[in-house]
Design a protein around this ligand. Structure first.
Ligand code: SF4
Ligand code: SF4
Length: 397
């Protein structure tokens, strides 16, 4: 049976939550808080017992990393999310409309739908086609909320030519609801999307977005108890496999030094995913520079941090600046983001600096011979404009 709350995922199957010895290792190794042993033990005790924390709920960036630090195999992230969601509920303030607006299908209005409605007639025709179940195929490409913003490049991609595409307008992996403390919204999103995906006759679902790969292939089964009847793989691992098998070749090398931004879901997807991302950057000619915090200790772009202080957007900005500080320390002028959310958030944080942000998938597919006539940059600007309008309406109303 599916879980009903975050804390159900604290103890993975076969491990009792009683094994938590309040050792505090999770909070000591946390790349953001780096607590001393005594403080960490007291804070974890408070979290376990539902008591007010001194620091965790004000400083955690909700990055998933601590799940990998626990020597007992527990998931402290799920425990922290439980307490963060409780804090939101007990505040009695509910979810601001601009947060609901980010979530596909929660209400009648959604930033992604508004962006799709502004696309060209040709792009809308592609989205209409992707809405329907493709014929039986060994592999299907699933395109979620973000990827549907730039359908032309994917539909006409030579790299993805053999992959039928599936992207129903209201399908969503549920990441935003989950990460923003709305477990009920997540449950509804999973149920809606699961029904759509289970109609597919395929052996492997290739997820265009790494976040979809993490949610459909990891969070749904391992945190929530819903398993899809086929294998899930990220587009990065799929591309890496194709490249290493000699099925795709670099046609336009990109000779550039880039600093790579890991996304929070990278640590959940593990070495196979993280190595595939790096391998593909290098394969197309890029020199990859690592951030001080990367892979299993990465800093977030800040987007998930907005649930602190009841959806204070400034909390997200603080964390973006923390990450951008590390980017600037590398003295590399080009920042490569494989997560579309990080790309949008860090592009904003780069502001007036000389840092140029790149959406990695678009560039790597270009190196393999594809074209992206409309870039995510253009659509992200539209998305940001719509979101800011929603925030302003909320504060006016
Ligand atoms: S989720 Fe991230 S920021 Fe929060 S305690 Fe765990 S490692 Fe630290
Ligand atoms: S969750 Fe794991 S790392 Fe954190 S205090 Fe408990 S046993 Fe230690």
């Amino acid at each position: 049976m599916a879980n009903t709350t975050y804390i159900d995922a604290f103890d993975p199957e076969g491990i009792s939550r009683e094994v938590c010895e309040t050792c505090g290792v999770c909070l000591q190794k946390c790349p953001v808080m780096k607590m001393e042993q005594e403080e960490s033990r007291v804070e974890i005790f408070r979290l376990l017992n539902g008591q007010k924390t001194e620091r965790v709920l004000d400083e955690c960036t909700f990055c998933f990393n601590c799940n990998g630090y626990c020597p007992q195999g527990l998931r402290p992230y799920a425990l922290i999310m439980e307490r963060a969601a409780e804090k939101i509920q007990t505040s009695g303030r509910g979810f601001p409309t601009y947060v609901d607006y980010l979530m596909t299908g929660k209400t009648d209005s959604c930033v992604f739908w508004d962006v799709y409605d502004g696309e060209s007639e040709g792009e809308k025709t592609i989205l209409d086609k992707w809405h329907y179940i493709p014929p039986r195929s060994q592999e299907v490409l699933f395109i979620g909320c973000m990827g549907r913003e730039i359908p032309y490049g994917t539909e006409h991609s030579r790299v993805f030519e053999a992959l039928p595409k599936y992207a129903p307008r209201n399908a969503c992996c549920g990441e935003l609801a989950y990460r923003f403390g709305d477990y009920q919204g997540f449950v509804e999103t999973v149920e809606r999307t699961r029904k759509m995906l289970e109609c597919l006759d395929t052996k492997r679902l290739v997820c265009y977005c790494g976040s979809c790969a993490n949610f459909l292939g990891n969070i749904w089964p391992n945190y929530h108890g819903v398993t899809l009847p086929f294998e899930i793989v990220s587009v990065w691992e799929w591309l890496w496999e194709k490249y290493r098998n000699g099925e795709i070749k670099v046609e336009r090398p990109i000779e550039r030094k880039v600093v790579l931004s890991d996304s929070c879901y990278g640590s959940e997807l593990g070495d196979g995913f993280l190595d595939a991302v790096r391998g593909l950057h290098r394969a197309v000619g890029m020199e990859v520079v690592e951030l001080e915090n990367n892979r299993f200790d990465n800093l977030t772009c800040g987007m998930a941090s907005i649930i602190r202080n009841h959806y204070d957007l400034g909390e997200g900005f603080k964390e973006s600046q923390r990450k951008m500080g590390q980017v600037l320390n590398t003295e590399v002028g080009d920042l490569s983001c494989y997560c579309p959310g990080c790309y949008i958030q860090l592009q904003g944080a780069a502001g007036m600096s000389k840092i140029k942000t790149h959406y990695a998938l678009e560039e790597i597919l270009w190196a393999f011979g594809d074209e992206y006539p409309v870039s995510l940059r253009e659509r992200a600007a539209k998305q940001t404009e719509l979101f800011i309008k929603k925030v302003k309406d909320f504060f006016k109303g």
